[in-house]
Design a protein around this ligand. Structure first.
Ligand SMILES: [Zn+2]
Length: 265
């Protein structure tokens, strides 16, 4: 019963996850090391003053968050959040490009983005993502060790990718991820079982993507409460962000912390 759902999800995901391709991975890997200036900054951090540009939503009222339905006791697959709050969620995947400009924007606009990181993509400069955690107050989450198409592996192979990342991030960042974004949005029942065995509580997909500079909606032509936006740590992210954030604001939304709505269980 679940297999066809997974297949449909996969096809959709492949269509929208434009920039999440092996080519991007290959080309950006070659540039490894070129963004070293963003490594942990000496503590010259100027206290950010609350800015009128802040897009951060207040934390949800206690008891107002509806947990996603939990079928068959497996980690639920979540593509958007069931909420009436005028909030959306901003998730950024992979981690090959470490652009200092993006850190500045995250700080200025005060947005709680959720990083779904691939271990191989960040190993050369994980300090950049420690800064992201400090600036946003969000924990890094799991996007596997090497970014494979998980359904092409057996359950044990999937477990290696998922548990290995959780263990590495626990050591590097001091917190074990509890959300998994399967690369390319591809997953099957073995992914859910492997994720569960690794302590993952949710498989997180998306309902809106930002392939380059404009939001692309899977449903309709504007944001809806609870949309999860997918984008990537790429060279185009910094240049695109200011206008995209203005667009989100103009549509009457703030950006909420995904981990407030999908807390560790
Ligand atoms: Zn990816």
């Amino acid at each position: 019963m679940r297999a066809p759902v997974g297949v449909v999800g996969t096809v959709l995901a492949l269509v929208v996850a434009g920039s999440c391709t092996p080519q991007v991975i290959a080309s950006t890997s070659e540039g490894a090391g070129q963004h070293t200036s963003a490594s942990p900054e000496p503590s010259q951090s100027v206290k950010p003053t609350p800015s009128p540009d802040s897009l951060r939503a207040p934390a949800p009222a206690p008891g107002s968050v509806k947990p996603p339905p939990d079928k068959d006791g497996l980690p639920p697959v979540v593509a958007d959040i069931d909420t009436d709050d005028r909030v959306v969620f901003f998730t950024i995947d992979d981690g090959y490009t470490k652009d200092p400009k993006v850190l500045e924007i995250l700080e200025e606009r005060d947005i709680p983005v959720t990083p779904f990181l691939t271990r191989a993509a960040i190993a050369n400069d994980r300090g950049y993502f420690s800064r992201v955690e400090e600036i946003t107050g969000q924990d890094v989450q799991n996007h596997t060790l090497t970014h494979p198409q998980l359904p092409s592996r057996n359950r044990s192979g999937q477990k290696t990718e998922i548990c290995g990342t959780d263990e590495a991030f626990q050591e590097w960042f001091g917190q074990r991820p509890w959300m998994l974004r399967p690369p390319y949005g591809e997953w099957n029942r073995d992914t859910q079982l492997a994720a569960q065995q690794c302590g993952i509580d949710y498989l997180v997909m998306w309902s809106v993507s930002l392939p380059t500079s404009q939001l692309r909606y899977q449903i309709g032509n504007k944001l809806r409460p609870g949309d999860i936006i997918l984008t990537h740590w790429t060279p185009s992210l910094g240049p695109a962000l200011p206008a995209v954030l203005d667009d989100i604001k103009k549509q009457g939304f703030k950006i909420a912390a995904l981990q407030d709505y999908l807390p560790a269980r």
